[in-house]
Design a binder for this molecule. Structure first.
Ligand code: LRH
Ligand code: MN
Ligand code: MN
Length: 390
């Protein structure tokens, strides 16, 4: 049987890597209820074991992101060895300044120098962790802002943020990088200190080459043209990483490609257009998701496969035909070329290709057929289940 996936397309898919978040394997929920589930990891080692299973079945997820202090262990070298033995790496280190009473009115932006010091020191500790884990990226998302007009001096906070970030950036060494993630609202509802890509860009541009923007797909107002932001940040050399997920209403953290597969296709098209899947890409592709009601490992498998599928479709866009239609001003022909690729079903071809590489044709079915879930349900009895925030 022939395949639509040319050797050039397969070469890109072959090197595609999507980092999974440790917190996806823990319990999560909403402010109304967090459901406990049998087999949930009780510590970072068990989360890594689950992440390794996703990679074993898909060949797509060779690293796992950690969140500090959620994934704090005594010996990060031992955690790294454990991950390596299971065939994966420890990836991005996420800082956390959103669960401490001292940060009620800010962390890196706080008026009080002693609170800022504490928040900066937390980030320096995260870089120590990176040194031990071999991680390249420090990802900073700040829950800072205000709820009422007049509550905060927005300008002063922006200046303090710049000073704090400069101190953290100065601690990086080698190829380590700083990623600044933006989010338009929540937990603050009036103003947020890093609400948009422009603010993140302005802050990281002031730091230097090794500071870039992290784009979380769930962090924009409804209707935002996210692929335009992807294009612009790549054009400026400042797109450092993605947090992939999908959303219907707010920061839902649902499975990427579930709410709007066409948006994921459009994003991957711009990534490819900007060279973001070239062999020397510096963009980190990560998931930032939670699985509140579905099986977590299967949810992660579905997620990385969704990214692979939309990447394959985006690679199918007939570039020459598209450019010709664009240049001749043929609006509908250009749109048709684009949509033809989007509507192409590549699932059969991808399944065949997976099998040719010794992977299961259907990784989700392979997981269901395996005894992994029943084994962890039997083994992980007792202790405290990990959750979003532990
Ligand atoms: C904030 C966020 C950020 C955090 C993660 C748990 O909404 O997207 O990336 O680190 O969720
Ligand atoms: Mn995120
Ligand atoms: Mn988020």
């Amino acid at each position: 049987m022939g395949t639509m996936l040319s050797p050039e397309i397969l070469a890109v898919l072959e090197r595609q890597a999507i980092e999974v978040p440790s917190w996806a394997y823990g319990n999560s929920g909403t402010r109304f209820k967090v459901y406990g589930t049998d087999g949930t990891p009780r510590d970072p080692f068990e989360k890594i074991a689950d992440a390794a299973e996703v990679n074993r079945l898909t060949g797509l997820a060779p690293s796992v992101a950690l969140h500090i202090p959620w994934d704090k262990v005594d010996d990060f070298g031992a955690l790294r060895t454990y991950a390596n033995d299971l065939g994966i790496e420890l990836g991005t280190i996420n800082s956390n300044t959103f669960q401490d009473d001292d940060y009620k009115f800010g962390a890196l932006t706080h008026e009080d120098p002693s609170v800022r010091r504490k928040a900066i020191d937390h980030h320096l500790e995260c870089v120590d962790v990176m040194d031990a884990t071999g991680s390249r990226d420090l990802k900073i998302w700040l829950a800072e802002g205000s709820n009422y007009p007049g509550q905060a001096d927005m300008r002063g906070r922006q200046d303090r943020l710049a000073e704090s970030l400069a101190q953290i950036y100065a601690r990086l060494s080698g190829d380590q990088r700083l990623m600044l993630e933006y989010k338009f609202f929540e937990p603050s509802f009036y103003h947020t200190d890093v609400p948009d890509w422009g603010t993140s860009y302005a802050q990281v541009a002031a730091l230097g080459d090794r500071a870039k923007v992290c784009l979380d797909t769930g962090h924009h107002a409804p209707g935002t043209n996210i692929e335009f932001i992807v294009m612009q940040l790549q054009r400026l050399g400042k797109l450092g990483s993605f947090d992939f997920n999908s959303r219907f209403y707010a920061d839902d953290d649902l499975i990427v490609g579930a709410a709007d597969p066409f948006q994921l296709f459009r994003i991957m098209f711009e990534v490819i257009r900007g060279g973001g899947l070239d062999a020397d890409t510096e963009i980190a592709f990560m998931l930032d998701q939670c699985h509140n009601v579905e099986n977590k490992i299967q949810g992660q498998i579905r997620s990385v496969l969704n990214v692979q599928e939309m990447t394959a479709r985006a690679l199918l866009v007939d570039h020459d035909a598209l450019v010709a239609a664009q240049r001749s001003g043929d609006v509908l022909a250009a749109n048709a070329v684009f949509m033809d690729a989007f509507y192409t079903d590549v699932r059969g071809d991808l399944a065949q290709w997976r099998e040719s590489r010794g992977l299961p044709a259907d990784p989700e079915a392979a997981f269901r057929a395996s005894d992994y879930q029943s084994r962890i349900e039997a083994e992980r009895v007792g202790g405290v289940q990990a959750g979003w925030g532990a």
